[in-house]
Design a protein around this ligand. Structure first.
Ligand code: SAH
Length: 263
């Protein structure tokens, strides 16, 4: 059988949302077969625990506003390790193909003739929906699912076509949107979505400190401010997220409760 990772090749591997049980079997095998692993801040500690002791591990941790290494440096490190003949795994939170700067890393490898492959992972939106016990699509009510990032460069406004997004038959899964929650709800309401559109915030999806907050579009930023800490959080907006959780266990921010909180 050929080796899972040939020396001098790179695998961009989806680490999923945090829970190591949500890792694919292939990702787990790749982690064991690597000589060196470069990983993001969002890779769960339970996933990092699966890295064998002999494997070199390098944190290239990036969290919004706290970049420890810039993208060019990360690309350079991966390329350098592969050119030394190492089996390189680049562990990325969630799925590498979603808001993961994967193209830069593919291009950096291709530019040096380094073979590079991708192993998919469970993206945050899937994990958030699963935790909340709901479906992101809903027959007849949510026929479209949009993955959006609301991360703007510092000091720059969000450059998003709000009219295209304000579709009552769509579910919006917004990554990196916590800081922009106020702008997101204001723009979507202005573009025609009902202020009462169901919305949900899922912080630390799949992890023991997960938090799920059900709210409405017009209360989204208040709910973020009142209920969310500093973990990664996904915003979900649309009719599909308005269905109550079967066990009723969620943390609901209703208009009444928010009135109390802000009075
Ligand atoms: N490639 C990743 C997304 C990277 S962008 C994926 O497919 O999931 C980083 C953003 O993803 C975070 O700011 C947050 O919005 C979201 N995210 C990642 N992990 C998360 C988690 N466990 N819970 C909630 N949101 C998460």
């Amino acid at each position: 059988m050929p080796e899972l990772i040939a020396p001098g090749t790179v695998w961009l591997v989806g680490a999923g949302p945090g829970d190591p049980d949500l890792l694919t079997r292939k990702a787990e095998k790749l982690i064991s077969a690597a000589d060196i692993i470069f990983y993001d801040a969002l890779v769960g500690s339970g996933v990092l625990d699966l890295i064998p002791d002999h494997v070199e591990r390098v944190s290239v941790g990036k969290r919004s506003g706290r970049h420890s290494k810039d993208q060019g440096t990360i690309c350079g490190l991966i390329v350098e390790a592969a050119l030394l003949g190492k089996r390189v795994v680049r562990l990325k939170g969630g799925d590498p193909s979603i808001f993961g700067r994967t193209t830069e890393e593919l291009d950096a490898c291709a530019g040096k003739g380094i073979p590079v492959h991708i192993c998919p992972g469970v993206t945050a939106a899937s994990a958030a929906a699963a935790s909340a016990g709901l479906s992101l699509t809903l027959r007849g009510a949510a026929r479209k699912l949009s993955f959006i990032t609301a991360h703007a460069r510092a000091g720059e406004p969000l450059d998003i076509d709000w009219n295209a997004l304000a579709d009552p038959e769509a579910t919006l899964a917004i990554y990196m949107g916590k800081g922009a929650a106020h702008d997101i709800s204001a723009h979507l309401i202005k573009a025609g979505l009902s202020p009462k559109t169901p919305a949900m915030i899922v912080e630390n999806a799949s992890l023991p400190n997960e938090r799920i907050v059900h709210t409405r579009l017009d209360l989204l930023s208040i709910a973020v401010g009142a209920k969310v800490t500093d973990g990664p959080a996904l915003l979900l907006i649309g009719a599909a997220v308005g269905r109550p959780r079967p066990d009723g266990a969620e943390n609901i921010v209703s208009a009444k409760k928010v009135d109390l909180l802000i009075s």
